[in-house]
Design a protein around this ligand. Structure first.
Ligand SMILES: Nc1nc2c(ncn2[C@@H]2O[C@H](COP(=O)(O)OP(=O)(O)OP(=O)(O)O)[C@@H](O)[C@H]2O)c(=O)[nH]1
Length: 398
């Protein structure tokens, strides 16, 4: 019995079995690619490498659809399948520079019909148009890449010899391009989500920044007097108590001055409320000029201001208070209708000297200093205004 046909059949079977195994290996390697790790071009390059690793393909490339054009994204020739030599085949168009109409040619046909296009003898097939006069293509398969019914591009494999591809090549490429479609869609989805998350994160950061600015603005507004733009009573109570605590701890003097404008009601009554407002603003600005860094200036309310001077004892504070009194007396204002007027101020001073009442709570001490300064102001008013009086804190133990 002639055993040759059996040997031939066995050899063919072995050949087909090897092809099947290699096809499965190519598909398995494709599954192993991480679609999230790379950009689209790298992903396609890696996909073509897995294909070339297991199959006898001379060239392969992927063209992606952009509008009505197919743009080359990845390409590989046999020589380049060495691990450290990825890229386009020599002489073929470089990445991203060649565009084919998606409405014509073999690739166009693949996109339009959604069917694999197999050109087994390119020299004689009228559907085939060579790249820039390249006649080295004998066989070509263009497989459409689709995902959920949407065309994404075309996977091309070619061989210089005609009739190079068998039906199992077509089957493999169809499965391969379907999986490639899933990978591409997955990759785009992940990246679109990442971009979306990044955009939302930036928006959130901007909103947080804005909220922080608004918070600071409101905090600022809460401690600033509307009319004069200097600090208000709320600020005074927290800031001055802290300064008093510091003065007690480091045993340094601290002066507190209450400045109460005299007969301010008369200013409003005689020259108008607008003139009164202007006086308050300008006097606040003048007080600000007189303060040093670290001093606290606040409008207590109405026509009453407070100056807290850390590190300043009785002599320095009296000197400043007297200068302020004289200056204010000398200022001339004008009403809306051109009448000139001046005002005066009564200054009540109290001084915390080093070692004074060290055990008292700073908030309580502040209240006490304000009350003492108020007594001093009261005495000024009673004595005819436009003067300064000092109330010694020790003279009136709480
Ligand atoms: N224009 C203006 N007037 C204010 C403001 N706040 C308080 N006043 C006025 O300041 C005046 C304070 O009057 P009084 O408390 O009687 O004190 P005074 O007239 O200065 O008299 P003495 O303090 O006793 O010298 C009132 O007429 C208030 O209406 C303000 O923001 N703008």
């Amino acid at each position: 019995m002639d055993s040759a046909p059996f040997a031939e059949a066995a050899s063919e079977l072995r050949h087909q079995f090897t092809n099947l195994l290699e096809s499965l290996s190519a598909l398995r390697s494709l599954i192993d690619l991480d679609p999230q790790a790379n950009d689209e071009e790298t992903l396609l390059d890696q996909a073509l490498h897995t294909l070339a690793e297991y199959q006898d393909l001379e060239r392969s490339s992927v063209f992606l659809l952009q509008g009505r054009e197919l743009i080359n994204y990845s390409g590989l020739s046999r020589e380049e399948t060495a691990p450290d030599n990825p890229g386009f085949p020599e002489g073929s168009p470089s990445r991203g520079t060649t565009a084919y109409s998606a409405d014509s040619g073999l690739m166009g046909l693949a996109v339009q019909t959604g069917q694999l296009q197999h050109c087994s003898n390119c020299a004689e097939d009228t559907r085939f148009r060579s790249w820039d006069g390249d006649n080295s293509v004998g066989s070509l398969i263009c497989t459409p890449i689709f995902h959920l019914g949407q065309p994404l591009g075309v996977l091309n494999v070619s061989h210089p010899a005609p009739e190079a591809f068998a039906p199992w090549h077509e089957h493999l490429l169809q499965v391969f391009s379907t999986m490639l479609g899933y990978m591409l869609a997955n990759h785009r989805l992940v990246h679109a989500m990442e971009a979306h998350v990044q955009e939302r994160t930036m928006e959130l950061e901007e909103a947080l920044g804005e909220a922080e600015r608004l918070k600071r603005r409101f905090e600022q507004l809460a401690i600033i007097d509307d009319l004069t733009r200097i600090h208000n009573r709320r600020f005074l109570f927290s800031a001055a108590a802290a300064e008093i605590a510091k003065a007690q701890r480091y045993r340094i003097p601290l002066s507190l001055m209450l400045l109460d404008l005299d007969h301010f009601k008369t200013v409003n009554d005689q020259y108008g409320h607008a003139a009164g407002d202007r006086v308050l603003k300008e006097i606040a600005a003048y007080f600000r000029e007189q303060t040093r860094e670290g001093d606290i200036l606040a409008r207590m309310g109405g026509e009453e201001f407070v100056l807290v001077l850390p590190g300043t004892g009785t002599e320095g504070a009296q000197c400043l208070g007297e200068r302020i009194r004289r200056d204010i007396r000398s200022f001339q204002w004008q009403s809306e209708d051109g009448r000139e007027f001046s005002i005066s101020v009564s200054v009540g001073l109290t001084v915390l000297s080093p070692g004074d009442l060290p055990d008292l709570d700073s908030h309580y001490l502040l209240e006490r200093m304000l009350a003492e300064a108020d007594k001093a102001v009261y005495r000024c008013k009673a004595a005819g205004r436009d003067q300064m009086d000092t109330q010694d804190l020790d003279n009136d133990p709480g």
